[in-house]
Design a protein around this ligand. Structure first.
Ligand SMILES: Cc1cc2nc3c(=O)[nH]c(=O)nc-3n(C[C@H](O)[C@H](O)[C@H](O)COP(=O)(O)O)c2cc1C
Length: 216
């Protein structure tokens, strides 16, 4: 089955309230490379520290590889019936790209050579001095923001998703040949949800339980 329908939300609020973590997908729904490209063309606008764009996406539609990821995800059935399994990775060495990421600004004269060199030096110093734990935290923090954006864009384009942590990260990296430079941040299954299995939305804390105001 080719999925051609797209959702259209009247407002961002409606989009937010409609997104759910899919419990079960309709099997045999294909997502095209073009549809995935359209999603990623918007994902790129997610914010990232120093615009380092730590997130990297491994997108699996190949049935044999999906089967292996299903095993690595402790046989969570939605991995098999999803249209794509996406492994969100965080690049722990992203700070090395601070120069190339800013070259365009330098060439356009938006920043001068002094500011360019200062930025490159300071970002390198920050990541090097704070060390490996910080590099890993940064990779996870920035890729997580990107992943949320991915799920909202997918929803806007008519696709359902489920973020997942129930998988063996080492096995997933081994299956996909992911280098040690990347930390697996989460798995996202994507497809068309079979809403017959959808439960009511889980309890949400009221603002008073998760927001603390300092000031009027
Ligand atoms: C980091 C993370 C990991 C999750 N892991 C799984 C998972 O392995 N399997 C699963 O079925 N759902 C998983 N979920 C989905 C949550 O259960 C779901 O987001 C939560 O119950 C709230 O439901 P809602 O997203 O429909 O509002 C995960 C969600 C997050 C954010």
């Amino acid at each position: 089955m080719d999925a051609t329908t797209t959702n259209s939300f009247a407002s961002f609020t409606e989009l937010l309230k409609t997104r759910r973590s899919a419990m079960k997908f309709i099997p045999n729904v294909k997502i095209s490379k073009q549809e995935l490209e359209d999603i990623f063309s918007l994902v790129k606008f997610a914010p990232s520290a120093f615009n380092l764009q730590h997130a990297h996406y491994a997108v699996v539609t190949d049935p044999a590889l999906k089967e292996k990821l299903y095993e690595a995800a402790y046989r969570q059935y939605k991995v098999l019936t999803s249209s794509a399994v996406i492994i969100v990775l965080g690049d722990m060495e992203a700070y090395h790209d601070i120069g190339p990421m800013n070259e365009g600004m330098l060439n356009l004269g938006i920043i001068d050579k002094f500011e360019f060199d200062k930025t490159v030096r300071e970002v390198n110093e920050l990541y090097e001095s704070r060390g490996d734990v910080f590099k890993r935290e940064e990779a996870i923090r920035n890729a997580s923001l990107s992943a949320m954006q991915f799920m909202l864009i997918a929803k806007d384009k008519g696709w359902d998703t489920c973020p997942m942590i129930g998988y063996d990260p080492e096995e997933v990296c081994q299956v996909l040949g992911v280098s040690e430079q990347y930390v697996p941040v989460m798995m996202i299954t994507l497809g068309k949800e079979d809403t017959s299995k959808q439960r009511p939305r889980g309890y949400r804390k009221p603002n008073g339980e998760f927001v603390t105001y300092y000031g009027e």
